[in-house]
Design a protein around this ligand. Structure first.
Ligand code: DCT
Ligand code: MG
Length: 404
C-alpha cells in the first residue's frame, strides 16, 4: 500500500520562490518535480505561500501506524488519517524529527500525536493497544468477510461474535454475499496478483466478444495504477456504438455462468439518466452504472500451487486446482466511458480529491458519468481522460501517479 507514489507533478516555475527554497532545503535539486497529493490544499497553500510537499517515492514506516489508526474510525476520522498517510507517503525522506513536519498540510493533532509517539518510542502505544484489543481483531476478521461492512461487524461484536466460528455457530441468517464471503474467506483475503488479474482479463475479454462482437474491456482499479496486487480485479466494459451496451451485462454474466467461471454474482441495474436525475452530484461516491459484484473461480496454473498457513500454524499443501477471486464488472455507454475510466481507476482518495477540486476550484460537478459545469449550466463532453483533466485545469496525471 505504501510503496506507491503520489499524484500531480507541477513544473518548478509554478512554485513561489519561498516554496522552491524550502524544497531545495528538503533535498530537492534543480530539476525538482513537485508531487502533490491533495490537489485542493495545493492551491490554498500556494496562495498562502506555504511550502507544499514534496518529491519522490520513499515509503515510511510511519504510514503503517497512521493507517492502523484508520481502523479506529468510529466517528469519520478515516479520511483525515488517509490524508495524513498520503502526506507522509509523499515526503522526500524518512521523517526523523517532528520539525520536518512543520508547515505540512493534512497532519491533524491526532496524527501528529501518533507520529511523535513513534519517533520517541519506536511505536505508538495508542496504535499498539488498539491492535491488541479484541474489538479491533474482531473488526478485522469480520469485515474481512465479503458482504460485511463495519456496521454489521459492529452489531455482531456487540452480540459477542468475534470470529468466524462464533458467527457460524450463532445461527445468524446471512445473505447470499455473506455466505459466499464466508465460504471463500481464505481465498478472498489473499491478495490477487497481476498474473491472476491478467488471466481473468482474458476470460472477461472472451466473454464480451462472444456475446457482443466489437465490445471492449478496460482494466481499471489498482491494477491500472500499476499495483502488483489488489483485493479484487476491476473491469469496465463498453461498445463503440452508443446503445449497443444495453443488456450486455446480463449476457456476459450468463456466458460466464454457463462456462462455470462464477462462484457468486450480483448485478445491480443502471439508473443514470441525465435528464431525469439532473447534474451529477459530487457528494455521491456511488455511480449508477450497471455493475456486477462477482466471485470468479480461477483455475490455478501448475506453478501456482500454494502452501497456506492453517490456523494452528501447520503448513498444509493446498491441492485445490482453483482459487476464488473478487471481480467487479461495470458496463458504461461509450459516451461516458472516459469519465467511467477516470472514476474507476482510483485511488479512492485521489477520486475524492479530484471531485473536491472540481467543485471548489472549478465550480464543476465531476462523477463517473459526466462533468457538469455549474457556471455554464451544461454538461461537458469528453472522449479521453486527458480532456477531463483539461476541463479541470490540471496537467494530465497518469494512473501510476494516482495512488494517493
Ligand atoms: N471507487 C471510488 N469510490 C468508491 C469505490 C470505488 O472512487 N467508493 C473507485 C476508485 C477505485 C475503483 O473504484 C476500484 O475500487 P477498489 O477495487 O475498491 O479499489 P482499488 O484501488 O482497485 O484497490 P484494490 O487494489 O485493493 O482492489
Ligand atoms: Mg480493485
Amino acid at each position: 500500500l505504501f510503496s506507491e507514489s503520489v499524484t500531480h507533478v507541477i513544473s518548478e516555475n509554478n512554485c513561489s520562490a519561498e516554496v522552491r527554497t524550502w524544497l531545495e532545503s528538503q533535498g530537492g535539486g534543480q530539476s525538482l518535480g513537485v508531487h502533490l497529493l491533495d490537489i485542493s490544499w495545493y492551491t490554498e497553500s500556494m496562495r498562502a505561500g506555504h511550502p507544499v510537499v514534496i518529491t519522490d517515492r520513499h515509503k515510511l514506516q510511519l504510514n503503517t501506524y497512521v493507517m492502523e489508526l484508520h481502523f479506529l474510525d468510529e466517528d469519520g476520522r478515516g479520511v483525515a488519517f488517509r490524508r495524513a498517510a498520503a502526506v507522509l507517503k509523499a515526503l522526500p525522506a524518512q521523517v526523523t524529527s517532528m520539525s520536518q513536519l512543520r508547515g505540512l498540510p493534512c497532519l491533524g493533532e491526532h496524527s501528529l500525536r501518533v507520529i511523535k509517539d513513534v519517533l520517541e518510542n519506536g511505536e505508538s502505544s495508542e496504535v499498539e493497544s488498539t491492535k491488541q484489543s479484541e474489538r479491533f481483531k474482531a473488526l478485522k476478521i469480520l469485515t474481512g468477510i465479503f458482504g460485511v461492512g463495519a456496521k454489521t461487524a459492529d452489531r455482531w461484536i456487540r452480540e459477542g461474535i468475534y470470529n468466524l466460528q462464533q458467527l457460524r455457530d450463532s445461527g445468524h441468517a446471512l445473505n447470499q454475499a455473506q455466505k459466499a464471503g464466508l465460504e471463500h474467506y481464505n481465498d478472498l483475503n489473499q491478495p490477487v496478483t497481476k498474473a491472476e488479474a491478467n488471466a481473468i482479463g482474458e476470460i472477461v475479454q472472451k466473454a464480451v466478444i462472444s456475446v457482443l462482437p466489437g465490445s471492449q474491456i478496460a482494466l481499471t482499479g489498482g491494477f491500472r495504477r500499476g499495483k502488483l496486487t489488489g483485493h479484487d480485479v476491476d473491469f469496465l466494459i463498453t461498445h463503440p456504438e452508443e446503445g449497443r451496451e444495453v443488456g450486455l451485462m446480463s449476457k456476459v454474466v450468463s456466458w460466464l455462468e454457463s462456462q462455470g467461471f462464477l462462484l457468486y454474482q450480483k448485478t445491480t441495474r443502471n439508473s443514470y439518466l441525465e435528464s431525469k436525475d439532473g447534474p451529477a452530484r459530487p457528494a455521491s461516491n456511488m455511480d449508477r452504472f450497471e455493475r456486477c459484484f462477482s466471485i470468479f473461480k480461477l483455475t490455478k496454473g501448475e506453478e501456482q500451487g500454494t502452501t497456506q498457513p492453517e490456523k494452528n500454524g501447520v503448513q498444509t499443501m493446498d491441492n485445490r486446482l482453483w482459487r476464488a477471486v473478487r471481480v467487479d464488472l461495470v458496463v458504461s455507454p461509450i459516451s461516458q466511458f472516459a469519465f467511467a475510466v477516470l472514476g474507476w481507476t482510483g485511488s479512492k482518495l485521489f477520486e475524492r480529491e479530484l471531485r473536491r477540486w472540481a467543485g471548489h476550484e472549478k465550480d464543476m460537478s465531476l462523477s463517473s458519468h459526466a462533468v457538469f459545469d455549474n457556471k455554464q449550466n451544461r454538461y461537458l463532453r469528453a472522449t479521453s481522460e486527458e480532456e477531463i483533466f483539461a476541463y479541470l485545469g490540471l496537467e494530465y496525471i497518469p494512473p501510476s501517479e494516482r495512488n494517493a
